[in-house]
Write a protein that binds this ligand. Sequence first.
Ligand code: FES
Length: 79
Amino acid sequence: MRFGPHAGAPVCVGLVSGTRLLSNVYEYELGCEGRILRCPWHGWEFDLTNGKHLADPNVKLRGFEVLVEVGELYIMLAS
Ligand code: FES
């Protein structure tokens, strides 16, 4: 049995922020501000532009097509 890293927490209430970038020891370089969604249960970080987990790009959140029309946002739940 394979346990996924994301156990289905409501990521819609997760924080959107940046993340720590690869850097040398004792250096803390931050980046990707406003592009990272942090899961509220275990803190896994996902890139909002493609849904991929930052550490394992094979893990991905489910996504939906969206449409913005005249200031309204539509989420396409079925194709
Ligand atoms: S529920 Fe654990 S990372 Fe989302």
